[in-house]
Design a protein around this ligand. Sequence first.
Ligand SMILES: Nc1ncnc2c1ncn2[C@@H]1O[C@H](COP(=O)(O)OP(=O)(O)OP(=O)(O)O)[C@@H](O)[C@H]1O
Length: 513
Amino acid sequence: MEKDFDSKLRIEGNNNSSTNCPTVQRSKSFAFRAPQEHFSIQDFELGKIYGVGSYSKVVRAKKIDTGTVYALKIMDKKFITKENKTAYVKLERIVLDQLDHPGVVRLFFTFQDTFSLYMALESCEGGELFDQITSKGHLSEDEARFYTAEVVDALEYIHSMGLIHRDIKPENLLLTADGHIKIADFGSVKPMQDSRITVLPNAASDDKACTFVGTAAYVPPEVLNSSPATFGNDLWALGCTLYQMLSGTSPFKDASEWLIFQRIIARDIRFPNYFSDAARDLIDRLLDVDPSGRPGAGPGGYAVLKMHPFFKGIDWKNIRGQTPPKLASEPMVQSGEGDDVHDSSWNPSHIGDISAKINDGNGGASSSEGSITRLASIDSFDSKWQQFLDPGESVLMISMVKKLQKLTSKKVQLILTNKPKLIYVDPSKLVVKGNIIWSDNSNDLSIQVSSPSHFKIVTVFPLLPFYPPGCISKSDIFKLLQSFTVNCVIVLSTDDNLKNMNVTLCSSKFYDT
Ligand SMILES: Nc1ncnc2c1ncn2[C@@H]1O[C@H](COP(=O)(O)OP(=O)(O)OP(=O)(O)O)[C@@H](O)[C@H]1O
């Protein structure tokens, strides 16, 4: 890993001379714009934790000698190696190094020590656009227009460099202290064949090796159908983001990734009636099932998108010169002397222990209300499970679990449906091995899916020694679950008045599919 961040690296350039960017020759010695410095973490005064990603922690850090404030992205080397993320880290580093646009977060330098890699990024003190939406409930159309225009301006640049971001969403749109947008998180970026970006050997570039493929709620339907990535992917996500700015929630919101995917495939979108015609029309066009039909992706390029009536009044030539919307709250931290209030949960000794922190709950995803969990892999969506359903039956949750046999174990697919029914399928032979129908009468109980790996079975019959015929008892449920989901933690509980029985199956050992 040491040499991964070496500033002198052999590069693999593309020889595409059709672009007006300087072409870099293959196998030429290459120096990063953002150098690898010989700094140590002791050279910085650490402040607030800005956030935690799936393989990193970002902390406000002031360089002691210069007083310059950075957002220091700290990545644990062991964790990155163990999780096979080296190629993604390298790709993000080299891509950020070559991007130069006011709407893209800037990388200044990198350094490393025995345990960690550090990227010194431009500090976005205004936080995430997501938090602005959450604090305000939803944004006004003028506010949304301003932010969307700044994102369009930056996306046009990113696409002109031959890059697909692949994870556009309000959490990755950061704000400067004065309220301008910066696109961040290039950990899922995909360089196109004719990209102007120089890609290092071994940097992630193929989809097969890629597990960072975006976020469920913003994934376009073609990605669910395994079509190759296109610029249209980001424009779909932009449509979802604009919808979220105006309404407060993403357009394809649901309890589980599976349900979200079904909504996306069905293009099940409803517009609140307070959306203007122009906003509704732009979102509708960005959410075109045909990626090349999305404004910005077709032959007319970005001119088509920028000319849309929603952007009436936007001065595209001077977009960064406009006054941004007022932030909902004061920026997280003001720059200046003595402003780095140390967070008690953070000190330099935590560095090198990021993997433990990231792994301890929901994989680093924010647990705040309304946040969307990151996709472990898009493969978790697969229409092959449809064959096991009855007409009209739909899937609520799907998970791979480990079934323990006497000495061995094997993977089994659990499919929870709205019947409600739990189907157990042998995933290699695609054969149903059993199922549990919870009740003859679906009015007796309901299923509440709260996350891809956690659901609750709520029964309406009272907790009595005897159950109505056709209903399954608490101990039956327990025994049945136990019989084929040995690795699951099953929690049975009752509500206070003992009228309802809640059965919670916490599938703590579900595989990351
Ligand atoms: N330059 C920055 N300035 C201020 N805050 C930042 C900056 N970069 C990232 N953050 C904050 O830190 C959080 C973690 O960022 P990071 O890039 O490590 O991961 P992520 O994008 O959230 O998640 P993942 O790695 O899972 O895609 C972000 O959600 C953001 O709130």
